[in-house]
Design a protein around this ligand. Structure first.
Ligand code: HEC
Length: 124
């Protein structure tokens, strides 16, 4: 039984080592039909450099609200009531998986509403 486990481990390791080079190879796909080739390109996307500012909640917002989309999602919304913003934050948590701790929801809701109303950005 122990011997079978060892053989299995050695076999698994061999398969991983065999598969590794194909994972690290630069992708280059040649399309046989149509006469074009797809190659890997390195691109640099523009960074808007905008983060939330103005108070201790800014870093909470920068940590939890900029991981999936820009702060523009907040700034381009019409003015909403506090309860509507709270529902929005809970939607981000519950529907989309934002890892914002429950204990931060109320204070961050307040901050996000103020940011939206003031249209406050920190240019960097
Ligand atoms: C895990 C990913 C994720 C995180 C983290 C996240 N969001 Fe979102 N958010 C989304 C998605 C997905 C949408 C919908 C985008 C669309 O419809 O184009 C969205 C949309 C929004 C919208 C537009 C209105 C709406 O409901 O579609 C607002 C406002 C918003 N997010 C605010 C926030 C705030 C504030 C935070 C931080 C507490 C946050 N988001 C964190 C994924 C996330």
């Amino acid at each position: 039984m122990k011997r079978a486990g060892t053989i299995f481990s050695v076999l698994s390791l061999t398969l991983v080592l065999l598969a590794l080079p194909s994972c690290t190879r630069r992708a280059s796909i040649r399309a046989p039909i149509g006469g074009f080739a797809l190659t890997s390109q390195r691109i640099t996307l523009p960074y808007h450099g905008r983060e939330f500012a103005g108070g201790p909640q800014a870093s909470v917002a920068n940590t939890y609200c900029l991981m999936c989309h820009s702060g523009g999602m907040v700034m381009t919304q019409p003015p909403l009531s506090l309860s509507a913003w709270k529902a929005e934050l809970n939607k981000m948590k519950n529907a989309y998986g934002c890892p914002l701790p429950e204990s931060d929801v109320d204070e961050l809701t307040q901050f996000i509403q103020e940011q939206n109303q003031r249209g406050a950005w920190a240019e960097q």
